[in-house]
Design a binder for this molecule. Structure first.
Ligand code: GAL
Length: 449
C-alpha cells in the first residue's frame, strides 16, 4: 500500500511537468500564483507523517529529505523507483517541504533526539554531518560498504574528506555535487537588450542599469525563506574576498571585521537595489520563475534551479537560460554536496544499505543528477549524457578552487551558521554592514576559533 503513495507523488509530478499530456503544453502554464506547481509545500501524500514515525510500517525503508515539489522531487522519485525495482524493498518517502531543508532539519532533530531515526536521511557533507550527527555518535560508519563497493577510489578526495572523521571512519554516501554560486540569466532578455551576462560586480551594475532602463527587473530574489539571503551573501562574499580568504574566514584564521567583509555587504546592498518588489513573498522557485518568464533577467541560486528550469519547466540550456559564476567568482566553485547515511538503530538496516548502494552506483547517480540539476559525485559518471549545463559545471568542478557553502551547512559548525543567518537577516532589515561584520567576528570567536 505504501508503495502506492510514492506512485501517487510521481504521477502528480508528471502531470505538473507534462501539462495535459498532449506534449504541447507550456510548462509555465501549470504553475500556480506562487510560481510553483502546486505540490511544493505539501506533505507527502497519504497517511505517513514524517513527524510521527509510528505511521511508518516497521519493515519499510523510510527515506527522509526535503525534496518535495518543483526542482527537487523528480530525481528523488527516480532513485526510489530504481531502488524498488532493483531490490524490492518497500519505501516510505518522508519528505518535509522547504528549501535548503530548514524545516526538515528541525523535524529530523526532534526525531533523532527521541531515538526514532528514519532509515536514512539527507545531510550535507561537511560540518553538518560531522559536527552534528557524527559528533553525537548517531551514525554508523560505512567503511565496510565502501570496501565492498570499491568506493574509496571513485569519489574525489575532497568529498571523502567532507564525510570522514579524524579516525578515518566515513559516514555517508554523496549522491551529487551542486554549485551554489551560479548567476542564471534569461537568454532572450539579454539578446533583446543587446547585453552580455556580467561576470564582475562592475559589469553587473552596468548591465543592471541598462535592464532597469529597459523596464526589466534586473535581479530576481525570493527571500520568503531567509536561507536565500545567506545563500546570496555567501556568493557575494566569495566574489569580494576571493577563495583563499573565504576559506580562511571559515577556518577562523581571518578577520570577519576586515574592510573586505564589510565591502561584501556593501556590494550586496547595491545589488539588492535592483530586485523585484515582491521578493519577500517568493520562495526560490518563484524567484527563478521570474527569470523563466522573462520578467526578470538574472537570479542567483544553486543549480537546483537548473533542475527546475530543465526538468520541470522544460527550458533548454543556452537557448532559454544561460549561466555564469556569480560576479567575481569565476574560477571558484562553492560546493553543496547532498549525502545520505545510516543512523544508529536505523529501521531496516539491510534495506537501508541497499538504498545506499543505489545512491553510490554510477547508474543511480546518472539517473538522479540530470533531473536534479547537479553533477555526479562519482568521478566516473557518464557526463557526456548530461546537458550543456552539466558538462560545463563538471569541467569547472575539475578546474576551479572548491570551497564549501555556509548556507548549506558545509563550511561551518551549525552554531556559527545559525549566528550568520541571524546576522544576515538583521542586515536585510537594518543594512548596517559594520554591525553585521562585528556580529560575525563575535560568532567566529565563539564557534570557529
Ligand atoms: C540544498 C540542497 C539541494 C536543494 C536546495 C534547495 O540545501 O543541497 O539539493 O534541495 O537545498 O532546497
Amino acid at each position: 500500500m505504501k508503495r502506492a503513495l510514492v506512485a501517487v507523488a510521481a504521477c502528480a509530478l508528471l502531470l505538473a511537468a507534462c501539462g495535459d499530456g498532449n506534449g504541447e503544453e507550456d510548462p509555465l502554464a501549470g504553475l500556480d500564483a506562487n510560481g510553483d506547481n502546486g505540490d511544493n509545500g505539501e506533505e507527502p501524500a497519504g497517511d505517513v507523517d514524517p513527524e510521527d514515525p509510528d505511521t511508518v510500517p516497521d519493515d519499510a525503508v523510510e527515506i527522509f529529505s526535503w525534496w518535495t515539489g518543483a526542482g527537487e522531487e523528480a530525481g528523488l522519485l527516480a532513485l526510489i523507483d530504481m531502488f524498488e525495482s532493483e531490490y524490492g524493498h518497500e519505501v516510505v518517502n518522508s519528505a518535509v517541504a522547504g528549501g535548503a531543508g530548514t524545516d526538515a532539519q528541525a523535524v529530523l532533530t526532534s526525531r533523532m533526539q527521541a531515538g526514532q531515526p528514519p532509515s536514512s536521511f539527507q545531510i550535507h557533507a561537511g560540518r553538518a554531518l560531522l559536527d552534528q550527527w557524527v559528533a553525537a555518535d548517531a551514525m554508523e560508519p560505512l567503511n565496510d560498504l565502501y570496501d565492498e563497493e570499491g568506493w574509496w577510489e571513485v569519489f574525489p578526495d575532497e568529498l571523502l574528506e567532507m564525510t570522514t572523521d579524524e579516525d578515518g571512519n566515513i559516514y555517508s554516501v554523496p549522491v551529487n555535487v551542486h554549485r551554489s554560486n551560479v548567476l542564471f540569466t534569461n537568454t532572450q532578455v539579454f539578446e533583446d537588450n543587446d547585453l552580455t551576462p556580467p561576470t564582475t560586480f562592475d559589469e553587473f551594475f552596468e548591465v543592471a542599469d541598462a535592464l532597469e532602463a529597459a523596464g526589466v527587473t534586473p535581479l530576481a530574489l525570493g527571500d520568503n525563506e531567509s536561507w536565500t539571503l545567506l545563500h546570496t551573501w555567501e556568493t557575494v562574499l566569495l566574489g569580494t574576498v576571493g577563495p583563499e580568504t573565504y576559506q580562511a574566514l571559515f577556518d577562523g584564521e581571518a578577520d570577519w571585521q576586515s574592510p573586505e567583509v564589510v565591502e561584501s555587504f556593501e556590494n550586496l546592498e547595491r545589488m539588492f537595489g535592483y530586485i523585484n518588489d515582491d521578493h519577500s513573498a517568493r520562495n526560490w522557485q518563484d524567484a527563478a520563475q521570474l527569470v523563466a518568464e522573462g520578467e526578470a533577467a538574472m537570479n542567483i541560486m544553486g543549480d537546483w534551479a537548473q533542475g527546475y528550469f530543465s526538468t520541470d519547466l522544460e527550458m533548454e540550456p543556452e537557448t532559454d537560460f544561460g549561466w555564469e559564476p556569480t560576479p567575481g567568482t569565476d574560477g571558484s566553485f562553492i560546493t553543496v554536496v547532498d549525502t545520505f547515511g545510516l543512523p544508529e538503530d536505523a529501521p531496516n538496516r539491510e534495506g537501508t544499505l541497499d538504498w545506499l548502494r543505489v545512491l553510490g552506483s554510477v547508474e543511480g547517480q546518472d539517473t538522479f543528477n540530470p533531473l536534479k540539476g547537479s553533477i555526479p559525485a562519482r568521478l566516473d559518471g557518464n557526463i557526456a549524457e548530461y546537458n550543456e549545463y552539466g558538462q560545463d559545471t563538471y569541467n569547472d568542478f575539475q578546474d576551479d578552487s572548491l570551497v564549501p557553502s555556509l548556507a548549506h551547512n558545509s563550511a561551518a559548525p551549525p552554531n556559527f551558521t545559525d549566528a550568520a543567518m541571524s546576522a544576515v537577516v538583521e542586515w536585510m532589515a537594518q543594512r548596517d554592514a559594520e554591525r553585521s561584520a562585528e556580529q560575525l567576528e563575535q560568532a567566529a570567536d565563539d564557534f570557529l576559533r
